[in-house]
Design a binder for this molecule. Structure first.
Ligand code: SF4
Length: 228
C-alpha cells in the first residue's frame, strides 16, 4: 500500500545527523536492558488504520518508548496514559501498549509523529523539523480524505497539524488559532468537508504527575474526536 511504502522509506531515513547519532546511541545503551525484545532504534512511521476517522498528532518518539518499540506512544508512561484513555473512548482495542507485538490495535484511528526520530530532551531543532516535514506531509495527504477529527497532543503537534493540513490544500483559520487543552479549530477541505482540530495537553509525565492533565480531561478530548 502507499502507506506501507512510505513506512519503508521512513525506516531507512538518515537525513538528520544529530538525530541518527542519538537514536543509535540510545539504542546501544538501552538494548541490554531490554535484551528479550527487538530494539528498533530507527525512525518510526505512523501506525493504525489506513483509513482513519481520527488522526492523533504528537511530537516525536520518546527515547525509550517509540525509539525502542518502533511504535509511537508504546512502552512508556505517556503511552500507558494515552492508550488507557483511547481504550475508554473506543479508539483502541486494549488499554495498554507495551511492544509492537502486543496485539494492540487502533480502531478507526492513526497516530503520527511530527518528527520521526527521537530527539535529545524531546527537542528537535527547527532545521530537523523542517527536514522531516515531508514524511508527515505525505502521510497526512494519504489519509486526509478519511479524517473527521485531528487530536494534537501538545502545541508542537497543534502547529504541525495546522501547517500540514494547509499544505494538503485545507483552509485553516487566520490568525492562527491558539493551542490549549480543549482548543478547537475547523479545517476545511478543498471539497468543503470540515475536519475538526482538537488540542490536548501532551500526556507527558510532567503533565500527568502534576495534575495539569487528568484522565477526565484527556477522555473529554479523545471522546469528542471519537464522536466526530
Ligand atoms: Fe529522517 Fe525525520 Fe529522522 Fe531526520 S528526523 S533522520 S528526516 S526520519
Amino acid at each position: 500500500s502507499p502507506l506501507g511504502d512510505l513506512a519503508a522509506g521512513i525506516s531507512t531515513c538518515r537525513l538528520c545527523p544529530r538525530l541518527v547519532a542519538w537514536r543509535e546511541t540510545v539504542a546501544v545503551e538501552k538494548r541490554a536492558s531490554f535484551a528479550d525484545q527487538p530494539y528498533w532504534g530507527r525512525p518510526i512511521a505512523g501506525w493504525g488504520s489506513e483509513t482513519p476517522r481520527v488522526l492523533i498528532v504528537g511530537l516525536a518518539p520518546a527515547a525509550h518508548g517509540g525509539n525502542r518499540t518502533g511504535r509511537i506512544f508504546t512502552g512508556d508512561r505517556s503511552g500507558d496514559w494515552l492508550f488507557a484513555s483511547l481504550h475508554r473512548v473506543g479508539l483502541a482495542a486494549q488499554a495498554t501498549s507495551e511492544h509492537a507485538g502486543d496485539g494492540q490495535r487502533l480502531i478507526d484511528a492513526r497516530m503520527v509523529a511530527t518528527v520521526r526520530c527521537a530527539p535529545p530532551d524531546n527537542k528537535p531543532t527547527t532545521e530537523e523539523r523542517d527536514t522531516c516535514a515531508p514524511w508527515i506531509q505525505t502521510e497526512i495527504e494519504l489519509v486526509a480524505p478519511y479524517v473527521r477529527a485531528v487530536v494534537a497532543l501538545g502545541a508542537y503537534g497543534w502547529d504541525a497539524a495546522l501547517r500540514t493540513f494547509k499544505g494538503a490544500g485545507f483552509d485553516v483559520p487566520r490568525p492562527k488559532p491558539r493551542f490549549g487543552h480543549g482548543a478547537r479549530a475547523v479545517l476545511t477541505a478543498p471539497d468543503g468537508r470540515e475536519v475538526v482540530l482538537l488540542g490536548s495537553y501532551h500526556p507527558s509525565q510532567q503533565n500527568t504527575f502534576t495534575g495539569k492533565l487528568t484522565e477526565q480531561m484527556l477522555d473529554a478530548v479523545l471522546g469528542e474526536a471519537a464522536r466526530a
